[in-house]
Design a protein around this ligand. Structure first.
Ligand code: SF4
Ligand code: FES
Length: 160
């Protein structure tokens, strides 16, 4: 995420993909989106030539943590941040933030990027980012509040 860790590069004819294992939050988006390219049971687990370049780039851009990135080759544009920044909480999991981002940790370390997953459970050892500790910690969001019953009036609302 912050460039301090070594990235693994997977080379293809049309596009190269880099992977930062420390940033991956094991969401499975990539393996679900393009199993011909991303397959954990295969070595190497990323085969950039397993699909057309645009599909690979789209799957890379859908990686919420920024663990996956692509290296533009001839004719390919570098990744542009989402025009509209967003922060979306994964249920029982991290906050997915996207946009032209500058994240500053409590120690003052600055991270710039287009996609990050921020810890919501308080248990990460890689703050402010998620390191999947929420699973072991059994972090749970509260149950959604059920919609009011049909015909219920505000006076039916529970108090206290
Ligand atoms: S989409 Fe990104 S964060 Fe999710 S499993 Fe794949 S590499 Fe990891
Ligand atoms: S939300 Fe994943 S480690 Fe806290």
């Amino acid at each position: 995420v912050d460039g301090a860790r070594p990235l693994k590069t997977y080379r293809g004819e049309a596009v190269d993909v880099t992977f930062d294992p420390g940033a991956c939050v094991h969401c499975g988006f990539c393996t679900k989106a393009l199993p011909s390219v991303f397959d954990l049971k295969r070595r190497p687990w990323i085969l950039p030539d397993g699909a057309d370049a645009q599909s690979v780039i789209d799957a890379v851009k859908a990686c919420p943590s920024g663990a996956l990135r692509y290296v533009p080759k001839q004719g390919q544009a570098a990744e542009a941040p989402d025009a509209r920044p967003s922060a979306v909480a994964a249920r029982h999991g991290p906050l997915h933030v996207r946009g032209d981002l500058r994240v500053v940790g409590a120690d003052g370390t600055e991270h710039r990027g287009t996609r990050f997953t921020l810890c919501r459970c308080g248990q990460s050892k890689r703050m402010p980012f998620c390191d999947v500790s929420h699973r072991e910690a059994r972090f749970r969001d509260p149950a959604p509040v059920p919609p009011p019953a049909p015909g219920a009036s505000p006076s039916d609302a529970p108090t206290g």
